[in-house]
Design a protein around this ligand. Structure first.
Ligand code: H79
Length: 470
């Protein structure tokens, strides 16, 4: 049990780190530092409205790398599935032969969108071109694309865009603007083309990356966002050129946090969930197993309960969760991924009020306490022992306590100025008894607990905004 003194220290430390975190780079591999935040921008806030409500999205990493699926020449290639070309230093001439084998006859865009809907996700982001340089859409800028280079010949993105339009799902495109291992002048492929600083990088940007981003914003209807990644060499006006293309073609399209200039929202590092609350718009991109692109040997799936915890944890800190699946080369999303997403989706169907459009915790002590006496690690991150028992999200006049463990005793509410009006279970509306113990309101929670994965108790309070004490 933590002492009140330590709790106070934790609060200060957590508050301190948030200021630092805002300033530092957020991409897993990015070297560009996030620019300082500028003055509030009403247009940006308008663009962000849906994003701030949405909270939960489906990330899809799909490309030629689904064919080798983590194995090259009969040997396992360790690491992320979509990095196989880089990890195994596969020459362009060999890797591009995968295109002739890419024939995902079981691909069904309507089913994918249906899955995202069943999962309770409010937007989809799919790789239009990953670092390997292969475009999953018809492109005039490069013949290395799904229509011109594969036996499949169907424009995967167009089919997905049409299905999203039909089913009312927002769609965004991941686009690797900097790394392109297929192009002599793209960043990243040093095994075929030598060091990046000897390349005519702007030639690559002008002839492929910029035209392709233009294509994505003209041929596929309204684009919810462009998800740029690893902003290597995005110096000078390069990042701004991409921003200009996006803003001029579709002013409502969001730009993520990894372009290399200020985007509309902040991206955390891959699979990094911050320890503290932030009112900025931000998003955690994360894997459902360990890889983004399909690997046949990675079956270490997160459980539905783990996914539900991460979602609520992120929402209680003010962010969005962009959870990835890696479809196989035949066009099927691995069945375990589908089952996990649908299980969380069923929970959200009952408990979504605590998630969609919900605000962060007004408290914060429940998130955890600093380890290592509050010292930071080499990246400037505070090491924290997270508390995993419960999280809280908010709407005006309401607190949603999501309990992940069966409380062993009555549940003392965090101290606040607001009086408690009543409490009830979100799933079925059953009232929850509120008592006063030692001058504090406590919830008497029935055991066994209603939903062992996660039970939401709504606490209605006086006033719209909760004022914590201490
Ligand atoms: O698209 C997903 C990743 O492929 C991409 N971001 C997410 C959303 C990403 N790009 N770079 N990184 C993540 C950082 C990659 C680091 C590593 Fe590696 C790749 C570690 C192992 C393989 C580079 C190559 C560093 C060591 C070997």
């Amino acid at each position: 049990m933590r002492s009140p003194l330590f709790a106070a220290a934790a609060f200060v430390a957590l508050a301190t780190v948030s200021a630092d975190v805002k300033e530092r780079t957020t991409s897993g591999a990015a070297s560009a530092v996030q620019p300082a935040r500028s003055a509030p921008d009403p247009q940006k806030e308008e663009r962000l409205k849906w994003f701030r409500e949405a909270k939960y999205g489906l990330f899809i990493h799909w490309g030629l790398y689904a064919v080798p699926a983590g194995e090259w020449n009969g040997k396992r290639s360790l690491g992320l599935g979509e990095w196989i070309m880089n990890r195994s230093h596969i020459p362009v001439g060999d890797y591009q032969k995968l295109a002739a084998q890419f024939n995902p006859v079981k691909y069904n865009a309507e089913e994918w969108v249906r899955l995202a809907k069943d999962a309770g996700m409010k937007y989809i982001v799919i790789t239009s071109k990953h670092h390997d340089g292969f475009a999953m859409f018809k492109s005039k800028a490069s013949a290395y694309n799904i229509v011109d280079a594969t036996p499949f010949k169907r424009d995967i993105l167009k089919e997905l865009a049409d299905a999203c339009a039909r089913q009312g799902m927002r769609l965004g495109f991941y686009y690797s603007q900097s790394q392109d291992w297929h192009e002599p002048n793209g960043a990243g492929n040093i095994w075929d083309f030598g060091p990046d600083d000897k390349k005519d990088y702007d030639q690559y940007l002008r002839s492929k990356a910029e035209p392709q981003v233009r294509e994505l914003l003209t041929g596929y209807g309204p684009v919810a966002l462009i998800w740029f990644d690893t902003p290597r060499m995005m110096t000078g006006d390069r990042a701004q050129r991409f921003a200009g293309i996006v803003r001029s073609l579709q002013p409502n399209t969001l730009i993520d946090g990894r372009l290399g200039t200020e985007g509309d929202y902040r991206s955390t590092g891959d699979n990094v969930i911050p320890h503290e609350v932030s009112g900025d718009a931000w998003e955690v991109p994360a894997t459902i197993n360990h890889t983004w692109g399909y690997r046949k040997d990675d079956t270490d799936w997160k459980s539905p309960g783990q996914i539900a915890f991460k979602l609520i944890d992120i929402v209680s800190k003010g962010g969005n969760y962009l959870l990835n699946v890696g479809p196989m080369a035949d066009g099927v999303i691995p069945q375990p991924s589908q089952d996990i997403l649908r299980t969380v989706g069923r929970w959200l169907q009952v408990n979504g009020e605590a998630v969609y459009g919900a605000g962060p915790t007004p408290f914060g002590d429940e998130l955890g306490e600093p380890s290592n006496r509050g010292r930071k690690d080499v990246r400037g991150d505070l090491l924290v022992y997270p508390q995993m028992q419960w999280r809280v999200t908010t709407k005006p006049g309401k607190l949603y306590f999501t309990l992940f463990d069966e409380p062993r005793a009555s549940f003392a509410l965090p101290r606040m100025q607001n009086a408690v009006k009543r409490a009830y279970r979100l799933a079925d509306g059953a009232p929850v008894e509120v008592k006063t113990e030692n001058g504090r309101p406590v919830l008497i929670i029935e055991r066994p607990i209603f939903d062992p994965m996660a039970t939401v108790i709504v606490v209605e309070v006086e006033g719209t905004k909760v004022q914590p004490i201490g």
